[in-house]
Design a protein around this ligand. Structure first.
Ligand code: GLN
Length: 478
């Protein structure tokens, strides 16, 4: 049997009961990768020989002892590549250190063996912006897996990985999870250290798990959450027990349903029906549905694409041909060397964002764009704060449509930006969110997964995990 098709929870109990070994799990992953990765393209690299050696040395008494975890290729692991799916870093960089999440996973006994594909520097929502390879949706190979953590989602969905980590700046864990039919959790800003995550937009970035079950997401969060003196934005808070309330059920839970979410132009009827039917079932299991209003929803996309590109333009200035990766040597001087190294090393979407971000920060325009966007961000935060005064969690779609076809918006990046409407507000507001599979819908002749999004207030991970688990129980009973 393919052990990579099982959850962390199941594998851990099999391991402690002596029913399998870490070696067998790694071998299952190796078999699944050689059978499928050429087609799906989820992994950029995997070091399974080293994983087998580590498997032999596993300490099964640790919480993730013997469990292999793959990481999005923008999270540093000592002595492994970290390409960010960019020509700038490909074949030119090996991590000299562990990200905090990598160190924590290793301490918990996990085997870090593989690197998954992404949109270059996590910029995108289809994984088509990878400069290295295409990733296909395991449910329909002509479609995108979503993004930017498309490789991480596809690897779990195709049963080539037990679980993975991704990063979410505007939806990049939740949206590919929704498109691939797996669970994806974006923690509250500051709960998980960003040290060793390659920065895209530092005020929005968070690392989060992609898993087969809500319980697995809780298990991984338990390990990666917590303060870190190497990330000054990481909060010094006690990490609660994320498994404790998981089976608390839905009785008495107030779920906010934002009316603006259902008025979004482009919300596909099949997605609307799947979400509405899930809401009805949640209600019949004891949750109370409350209509709420998030009036700033319509400003979220514009606000995000100003702030995220502004921060990206600054963060990516470090790729100058001197410090990391690609360098085009040119006798015409240092400026020309910068120019050519960046021109050759960075892809079109990354350049578009650097130019846009530089523009919105430039003197003469920053008051008009950047400062206005900061004000809009405050309004979005206030909307959510107000909503969470009367509800425990907010529910709705993850994306207006199921996974689109590869190449469908090739000449129109704005279409992809607009589809981020349901996910980016959580990053702007710093709150947590989870996407939990909500069944398959018929769309353009394909049967495709759709995710239910559950948003919680800052540090209310326990609430959204409990609601997510409650929904899974209803779904699996059908
Ligand atoms: N789709 C969004 C973007 O392109 C989100 C990316 C992300 O979360 N990394 O910026």
């Amino acid at each position: 049997m393919n052990l990579a098709s099982l959850s962390i929870t199941t594998l851990r109990s099999m391991l402690t009961a002596g029913e399998t070994t870490p070696r067998e799990i790694v071998e299952s992953i190796a078999t699944a990768i050689s059978a499928q990765n050429d087609q799906i393209g989820a992994y950029l690299s995997a070091d399974l020989d080293r994983a087998l050696v580590e498997a032999e040395a596993s300490d099964l008494s640790k919480p993730l002892g013997g469990i292999p975890i793959a990481l999005k290729d923008n999270i540093n692991v000592l002595d492994q590549p970290c390409t960010c799916a960019s020509r700038f870093l490909k074949d030119a960089y090996l991590s000299p250190y562990d990200a905090t999440v990598s160190a924590k996973l290793k301490q918990a006994g996990a085997i870090l063996y593989g690197r998954t594909n992404l949109d270059e520097f996590a910029m995108g929502s289809s994984t088509e912006n990878s400069a290295i390879q295409l990733t296909r949706n395991p449910h329909d190979h002509d479609r995108i897996p979503g993004g930017s953590s498309g490789g991480s989602a596809a690897a779990v969905a195709a049963e080539m990985a037990v679980a993975t980590l991704g990063s979410d700046t505007g939806g990049s864990v939740r949206q590919p999870a929704s498109h691939c039919g797996v669970v994806g959790l974006k923690p509250s800003y500051g709960l998980v250290s960003r040290f060793g995550l390659v920065a895209f937009a530092s005020s929005l970035d968070q690392i989060g798990p992609l898993t087969k079950t809500v319980e697995d997401a809780a298990r991984l969060l338990q390990v990666i959450a917590g303060s870190d003196r190497r990330d000054s934005t990481c909060l010094d808070v006690e990490v609660p027990d994320y498994l404790a309330q998981l089976e608390g059920g839905l009785k008495g839970i107030k779920l906010g349903v934002p009316k603006e979410f259902f008025a979004v132009e482009g919300l596909q009827p099949a997605v609307r029906e799947a979400i509405e039917s899930a809401l009805t079932k949640l209600e019949s299991e004891g949750a109370e549905l409350v209509e709420i209003s998030l009036p700033s929803t319509s400003y979220a996309v514009a606000t995000y694409y100003i702030l995220a590109t502004a921060e990206a333009s600054s963060n990516l200035s470090r790729y100058d041909g001197v410090r990391y990766g690609n360098r085009v040597d040119n006798s015409e001087g240092v400026i020309e060397m910068y120019r050519q190294s960046r021109a050759q090393g960075l892809g079109p979407e990354v350049k578009r964002r650097i130019i846009l971000g530089t523009y919105v920060l430039s003197s003469g325009y920053s008051a008009k764009y950047y400062l206005q966007a900061q004000k809009a961000r405050t309004l979005i935060q206030q909307d959510y704060r107000k909503a969470f005064e009367s509800v425990d969690a907010i529910v709705g779609p993850v994306s207006p449509s199921p996974a689109r076809r590869i190449g469908q918006f090739a000449d129109d990046p704005l279409q992809d930006y607009l589809a981020d409407i349901y996910t980016i507000s959580a990053n702007l507001a710093g709150i947590c969110g989870i996407s939990v599979p909500c069944g398959q819908v018929e769309h353009e002749g394909s049967s495709l997964p759709v995710g239910l999004q559950i948003l919680g207030s800052h540090l209310a991970e326990n609430t959204i995990l409990r609601v997510g688990r409650g929904w899974e129980t209803i779904r699996d009973a059908e």
